[in-house]
Design a binder for this molecule. Structure first.
Ligand SMILES: Nc1ncnc2c1ncn2[C@@H]1O[C@H](COP(=O)(O)OP(=O)(O)OP(=O)(O)O)[C@@H](O)[C@H]1O
Ligand SMILES: [Mg+2]
Length: 507
């Protein structure tokens, strides 16, 4: 994959349409190999669509693509690969074959492509080359391990290794850091820097976290509504705030709009909760009416497991959960909903939404009772009207409430998953990393809605590894470490350092 000459990638006047959506209008994008280039824009701005043009997936584009000054037709993934263009999508799980080994997954494309030429798979060569690429990238991993046994971060590394095992000149990483912990992100950055500096790969880096882009990228392209609004070097003349204002097209204040809400009596009490497999141990806490409770902790601390156990999606082996003093009997998510709980799960695309269904059906799925008239006919008009309201509230970008969820951008799918629970009529809302993958503007819309729920006297449980968010929105927080709650803190009297201290095992 070694290439020393810097080469240019130019996308000129790119436009593309889908039924009812003009996703890109006359976009120009330019970068050089050997550099790291940031791509940012609000949810639905067209980032993934543009990169799918480059990787040959969106083959019906208009416009021109030049590589090293030569015009290329990129009308299939195969054509893109043959020009050294590789992409790692956000859904890493679907891109790998779980029951094959690390080596086999890394060499998958090369093996498949050479099938016609060779009669037999050369295992020795597969192992040597897979080992060599991991070594080159400084990734320590056993190539014989099964991919199903790897962590998400490791899976992502396998995908990157696979992308660069053949000659790679441009590598697209679409929101690679969204599911990673801080340490894992640092490790990814090291690999990305390595690839650009030592291997002359041009990396296109998509992320909603501005600090990351400012940390590793040299240039930035800012998109808005299917167009490019700016193309700049990242230097001292550019601030994150300017970038956000350009991508949103308005002034932006990144302080969270925390409302003054009167906090009432205790609504939810959890006592001595254990999860069957031991991922949640002896957890006790409470939530009062109108109160927003943070569950802080690092990736892997047990926050998601706690949320799922409360909601009946993981088995509770001991403990008691009481709502307004009355013990609940939660055996599965259905019984949790019936008893007044709502959960926005972390793995929303897998667990939270029905991607083959239209937006309005997703938004009402949890509250069908509300819309069913006599004889249990569903009142479609009421259902659609409520959906329209949430679409406006959260700024969900969709041509209409009838669009299939799978056709929305990643971040807008997230907003649907959050929105569907906000319509429902629960007493306790459990939100697990609700802002993952949503843009900074939409984040505030979600906070605004959470604030409204609190005003209505609901109890909110907000699990997040982003301490800044917990500090901005919560009233109190419990810190988790290794499946246990190790500390309770009043937000008014704490700070990021203290949260980090307890999250990393300080006592
Ligand atoms: N196959 C498709 N059919 C219909 N509409 C589509 C299709 N692919 C993309 N779109 C639409 O194009 C627009 C741009 O989507 P895209 O996925 O590129 O956004 P994005 O900038 O990557 O957003 P996010 O930050 O949420 O991932 C959206 O309105 C999306 O719904
Ligand atoms: Mg996207």
């Amino acid at each position: 994959m070694k290439q020393t000459k810097r080469i240019k990638l130019q996308m000129q006047d790119i436009s593309i349409e889908f039924p009812g959506v003009k996703a890109l209008s006359n976009v120009d994008f330019e970068m050089e190999s050997g550099t790291i280039h940031a791509l940012i824009g609000a949810n639905g701005a067209g980032k993934s669509t543009l990169m799918k043009v480059l990787s040959g997936v969106n083959s019906h584009y208009e416009g021109k693509i030049f590589i090293d000054g030569k015009e290329e037709e990129i009308r299939s993934p195969k054509a893109a690969k043959s020009k050294g263009i590789e992409i790692v999508y956000q859904e890493v799980d679907t891109a790998l074959i779980p029951y094959l080994s690390v080596a086999e997954n890394i060499m998958l494309n090369s093996t498949v492509n050479n099938m016609g030429k060779k009669q037999m798979v050369n295992w020795k060569e597969i192992h040597t080359r897979a080992e060599a690429i991991l070594e080159k990238l400084n990734i320590s991993m056993n190539i014989k391990d099964l991919v199903s046994d790897l962590s998400l971060a490791q899976k992502q590394m396998v995908l990157i290794a696979r992308a660069v095992v053949e000659e790679c000149r441009f590598l697209v990483l679409d929101e690679p850091t969204a599911p990673l912990s801080n340490t894992e992100t640092k490790e990814l950055f090291r690999i990305v820097r390595d690839l650009s500096q030592n291997e002359n790969v041009g990396v296109i880096f998509i992320s909603h976290r501005l600090n990351e882009l400012f940390e590793i990228c040299e240039n930035i392209t800012i998109m808005k509504d299917g167009t490019v609004v700016a193309n700049k070097p990242i230097d001292n003349n550019l601030t994150p705030k300017q970038v956000v204002e350009m991508m949103l097209g308005r002034k932006f204040d990144d302080r969270y709009p925390k409302k003054e809400i009167e906090i009432g009596e205790v609504l939810l009490e959890v006592e001595g909760l254990h999860e069957k497999e031991g991922s949640v141990k002896n957890v006790s806490f409470n939530v009062r009416k109108g109160e927003i409770i943070g569950i802080s902790g690092l990736v892997g601390a047990g926050k998601t497991e706690l949320c799922k156990t409360l909601f009946g999606a993981m088995k509770q082996s001991q403990g008691e959960i009481r709502l307004s003093g009355k013990p609940l009997k939660i055996t599965n998510p259905f019984s949790a909903v019936k008893q007044g709980l709502a959960l926005v799960p972390e793995e929303r695309r897998k667990e939270g939404i029905l991607v083959e269904d239209p937006v309005y059906a997703n938004l009402s799925a949890t509250s069908l009772d509300k819309y069913s008239k006599k004889f249990s006919f569903i009142d479609k008009n009421a259902e659609k009207a409520a959906a329209k309201e949430i679409i406006a509230d959260l700024g969900i970008k969709t041509p209409s409430e009838n669009q299939l969820v799978k056709l929305l951008s990643g971040g807008n799918q997230q907003k649907v998953a959050v929105g569907k629970w906000l319509i429902s009529d629960a007493d306790i809302y459990i939100l697990d990393e609700p802002t993952k993958g949503v843009d900074v503007g939409a984040k505030q819309d979600i906070f605004e809605l959470i604030g409204r729920l609190a005003e209505m006297g609901k109890g909110i449980i907000y699990a997040s590894c982003e301490f800044g968010e917990i500090l901005g929105i919560a009233d109190r927080t419990y810190v988790m470490y290794d499946g246990e709650i190790v500390k309770e803190l009043e937000i008014a009297n704490t700070n990021e350092e203290e949260l980090l201290y307890y999250s990393t095992g300080g006592r």
